[in-house]
Design a binder for this molecule. Structure first.
Ligand code: AMP
Length: 220
């Protein structure tokens, strides 16, 4: 398999570093990054009817209903060629979404190849989410101390804190992850698709762990 045709799901709890790894892997593998959260935030910003529908769920830290989420992701995937690779970030987040994704991909092209599960303990997640800022230009997530400059270290854009990175939404999002999203991991484990990565420590070490696991799998 060539790296450009690899189909991956980046899986993990909120704050695990899926967005950071997605930007790294997008460049390393040369495949498009499709983030359900970014798609929703673009709709919110443009105040589309879908954005208005989704906003009450997002602001409370709840999942947007499956039918709305599945539609925006499948629309995006249908713009790709059957042999194109991609990185899915933040989708699927329910077992139903995972089943529909598999059905849709296997009837039209090819199923996902692997799920990269970034494993981070819960106390570390809470700390990361409360210090997390996102670049308004390139969407790169960054962890800041209160006195740090709010300028993106990747592109120089302005950093902002997500409205749903407040303590109440964070607690809800972690509960929702345990209840609704962990079953997705079991679904993929039963198909032997999951590669687990230790998501703690400096970002460059996590990048190396991810890259070496992917290389190992690609050369098998
Ligand atoms: P994220 O940027 O991935 O943390 O997503 C931000 C928010 O968008 C989530 O807290 C959900 O409200 C919504 N969202 C993103 N992806 C999904 C999904 N696959 N299913 C349902 N809601 C989602």
């Amino acid at each position: 398999m060539t790296t450009g045709s690899v189909r991956l799901v980046l899986f993990g709890p909120p704050g695990a570093g899926k967005g950071t790894q997605a930007l790294y892997l997008r460049d390393y593998l040369g495949v498009p990054h499709i983030s359900s959260g970014d798609l929703f935030r673009a709709h919110l910003q443009q105040k589309t009817s879908l954005g208005n529908q989704a906003s009450e769920y997002i602001n409370q830290g709840l999942l947007v209903p499956d039918e709305v989420t599945i539609e925006i992701i499948l629309d995006k995937l249908l713009t790709l060629q059957p042999t194109d690779g991609f990185l899915l970030d933040g989708f699927p987040r329910t077992e139903y979404q995972a089943r529909i994704l598999s059905e849709s991909l296997t009837t039209k092209s090819k199923n996902i190849d692997k799920v990269i599960y970034i494993d981070v303990p819960i106390d570390e997640l809470i700390k990361r989410l409360s210090n997390r800022y996102i670049c308004s230009d390139c969407q790169a997530p960054q962890n800041l101390n209160p006195s740090d400059s709010k300028t993106c270290t990747v592109c120089g854009g302005e950093l902002y804190q997500r409205a749903d990175d407040n303590m109440s939404s964070v607690t809800t999002r972690l509960d929702v992850y345990q209840r609704e999203t962990i079953p997705v991991l079991d679904f993929y484990r039963s198909q032997d698709l999951v590669i687990t990565i230790d998501g703690t420590g400096p970002i460059n070490c996590i990048n190396k762990r991810v890259q070496s696991q992917i290389e190992k799998w690609l050369t098998q």
